[in-house]
Design a binder for this molecule. Structure first.
Ligand SMILES: C[S@@+](CC[C@H](N)C(=O)[O-])C[C@H]1O[C@@H](n2cnc3c(N)ncnc32)[C@H](O)[C@@H]1O
Length: 327
């Protein structure tokens, strides 16, 4: 009997889509626990370089510990990926061969209850990836007006329910007092939403907490800016961008932005192009790649992962240095 064919696991797909070459220079824009970073360094041995960023100082310390054996091939930066141009200037690298963005937070961050990312955390609402920043989840939950909260919950995509959750938060804090912890907030949300709609496999509050985390860390704004600066940092005609997304609002955003980079024309489709906007990238996967069933059965956390890949096109210097023109 022939064995079922399995597609390579997502980490291998990342390396394949980055098209890693020995002696290339790569950016891991979200180095976290350095799992992908180690694969990139192994695949680009012996001379490949890695510029690794994380906005979370603790994650960066962990990455440093995992990457010391690679010596001078690695440079680490405590920085947001939207600041990539500044990082590249400091690293004295004008163009790189590949950029990886792996969005969201790591399991280590999630499991550190004191950071307040998990709905199980009894600690103060925090959710900051970079603890130098002022805005925390406590302020979002306890000071945002009803309309602002509705706006935050837009990414969850359930209009009427978002208004219900926002109203419940406002009435709780006005009647009883500030909401202190993720666990308290999760309990309140679970008692407000229609549990059946959220399925049995995940906590009904998890997506709502993810929306608050996205607000605290401006995750969607970062992602939009990150894609733009990554494309500009890549070697013309060969540089690769790989993005891993973990939630439907991120999948949609990356698909939309990559399509815009591939087709920035703003003219009416039925008319000849007069805007003159040139494609900056070629989308390599018409549909983002998902892990196959065998990978999901080994690692349930992988089920929501999607891989997006693009190749930068060869353009004149003028076009590359100018603003990225998007529709
Ligand atoms: C999913 S984890 C990355 C895991 C990593 N790829 C690995 O193999 O271990 C995401 C990491 O990105 C960091 N991060 C999220 N948004 C960021 C941003 N805008 N700039 C820099 N780092 C960011 C988080 O702090 C976290 O450590």
């Amino acid at each position: 009997m022939s064995r079922p064919q399995h597609q390579p696991a997502m980490p291998e797909q990342v390396i394949a889509h980055l098209d890693i070459r020995p002696a290339g220079t790569y950016v891991d824009a979200t180095v976290g626990g350095a799992g992908h970073a180690q694969l990139i360094l192994a695949a680009s041995a012996p001379d490949g370089r890695l510029i690794a960023l994380d906005r979370d100082e603790e994650a960066l310390a962990m990455a440093r510990a995992h990457l010391t054996r690679f010596g001078e091939r690695v440079q680490l930066f405590h920085q947001r990926f939207s600041e990539l141009p500044r990082v590249l200037a400091e690293a004295q690298s004008e163009r790189v061969d590949g950029v990886l963005i792996d969005t969201g937070i790591s399991m280590d961050q999630m499991l550190d209850l004191e950071r307040g990312f998990s709905f199980q955390s009894p600690h103060r609402l925090d959710m900051r990836m970079d603890r130098r920043q002022k805005l925390t989840a406590y302020e979002v939950v306890n000071t945002y007006a009803y309309e602002q909260l509705c706006d935050v919950f837009k990414v969850v995509g359930r209009g009427r329910e978002a208004r219900k959750v926002a109203a419940r938060i406002v009435s709780f804090r006005e009647g009883i007092g500030p909401i202190q912890s993720p666990a308290q907030l999760a309990e309140l949300i679970a008692a407000t939403v229609n549990r059946r709609r959220w399925g049995k496999k995940r906590h009904p509050a998890s997506r709502w907490l993810m929306a608050i985390r996205a607000e605290v860390n401006d995750e969607l704004g970062e992602l939009c800016r990150g894609l733009q600066v990554a494309i500009k940092a890549l070697q013309p005609a060969q540089g690769r961008l790989v993005v891993l997304t973990w939630a439907s609002h991120e999948h949609r955003l990356v698909r939309r932005e990559l399509r815009r980079l591939q087709n920035p024309c703003t003219c009416l489709p039925a008319l000849p192009c007069i805007c003159g906007k040139q494609p900056l990238a070629e989308v390599l996967l018409p549909k983002p790649l998902s892990p196959d069933a065998s990978e999901v059965s080994r690692n349930r956390a992988a089920r929501s992962c999607r891989l997006h890949a693009a190749r930068v096109l060869g353009l004149s210097t003028g076009q590359r240095n100018g603003p990225v023109m998007v529709r």
